[in-house]
Design a protein around this ligand. Structure first.
Ligand SMILES: C[S@@+](CC[C@H](N)C(=O)[O-])C[C@H]1O[C@@H](n2cnc3c(N)ncnc32)[C@H](O)[C@@H]1O
Length: 224
C-alpha cells in the first residue's frame, strides 16, 4: 500500500493512503482530532473518572498518536492504563521516524516515550511508564479474540466505513460490546447512519457530541 506523510492544519503529521484515498487523521489537525475525540470525549468522560485502572482497546494503532496522548493523559488523571491496540499493517521504521508528534507535544521525555511505544514488540505486554502498559497485536480486528467483560474504553479508529465497510458492522461491534464492562465507553469519529444503527442494534446507548475542527459531530456509545 502506497503511503505518504502529510502535514495537517495544526502542524502535526498524518498519513495519506493513496490506494484508498484515505487519511489516517483529519487534515484539519491530527493532534487536535485525536485529543478531542479520544482523550476529551473518551478518556475524560464522566463514567471513567473515578476508576484508578482502565483497560482501553484501540482499533487501528497506525501512527501511535492515540497511544502517545493517552500515555501522558494517564499521568494527568493519575490512572493506570492497560492499552490493547490492534493493527494489521504497521508503519515502517522510516515512516515512524518521520512523524513529528514528539517535536510538537510539550511533554517531558515525549521523544523517548514515543520511541518506546513503537519499539514495543508485537504480541507482548510492554510497560512504557508507571501509568501505561501497551500490548500491540498485529492482526485484523475481525480476527482478534477478546475477553468478555474486560474493556472500559474503546477507541474505534479504523478507516472510514466507505473504505472499510466490513469493520463497521454488527459482527465486530458485538464482539467489542461483549468485551466491554457495563458502563464502558466507546468513541469514534463516524456518525454515518448505518454506523449508528449497527451500534444501537448491538446494544449501545449512543449520543452525538460536537466534533473537532472540520467535523460537526462525533459519536460516543455507552454499554448499559
Ligand atoms: C484512520 S487510521 C487511524 C490510525 C491511528 N489510530 C492513528 O492515530 O494513527 C486507521 C488504522 O486502522 C488500521 N486498520 C486497517 N485495517 C484494520 C483492521 N482490519 N483491523 C484493525 N485495524 C485496521 C490501518 O492500518 C490504520 O492504521
Amino acid at each position: 500500500m502506497k503511503r505518504q506523510i502529510i502535514i495537517t492544519s495544526d502542524g502535526s503529521n498524518s498519513i495519506y493512503v493513496e490506494d484508498l484515498k484515505e487519511h489516517y487523521h483529519s487534515i484539519h489537525g491530527a493532534i487536535g482530532e485525536s485529543q478531542h475525540i479520544f482523550i476529551q470525549s473518551g478518556l475524560f468522560s464522566d463514567n471513567l473518572k473515578q476508576q484508578q485502572t482502565l483497560s482501553i482497546l484501540e482499533i487501528g494503532f497506525g501512527t501511535g498518536l492515540n497511544a502517545l496522548l493517552t500515555c501522558f493523559a494517564a499521568i494527568e488523571t493519575a490512572q493506570k492504563i492497560d492499552y490493547l491496540t490492534i493493527e494489521p499493517c504497521p508503519l515502517t521504521d522510516k515512516e515512524i521516524k518521520a512523524l513529528n508528534y514528539a517535536d510538537i507535544l510539550p511533554y517531558p521525555q515525549v521523544k523517548e516515550v514515543f520511541q518506546r511505544i513503537h519499539a514495543a514488540e508485537w504480541e507482548s505486554n510492554k510497560s512504557i511508564t508507571d501509568h501505561f502498559v501497551i500490548t500491540k497485536r498485529k492482526l485484523s480486528a475481525l480476527d482478534v479474540i477478546l475477553p468478555n467483560d474486560h474493556i472500559d474504553l474503546v477507541y474505534f479508529d479504523a478507516f472510514s466505513p466507505e473504505v472499510q465497510p466490513e469493520l463497521w458492522t454488527n459482527v465486530l461491534f458485538e464482539k467489542i460490546f461483549n468485551s466491554m464492562k457495563s458502563h464502558g465507553v466507546f468513541v469514534t469519529y463516524s456518525t454515518k447512519g448505518n454506523v449508528k444503527r449497527a451500534l444501537k442494534q448491538t446494544g449501545f446507548r449512543i449520543e452525538k457530541l460536537p466534533g473537532p475542527a472540520g467535523k460537526r459531530e462525533i459519536l460516543r456509545g455507552f454499554k448499559y
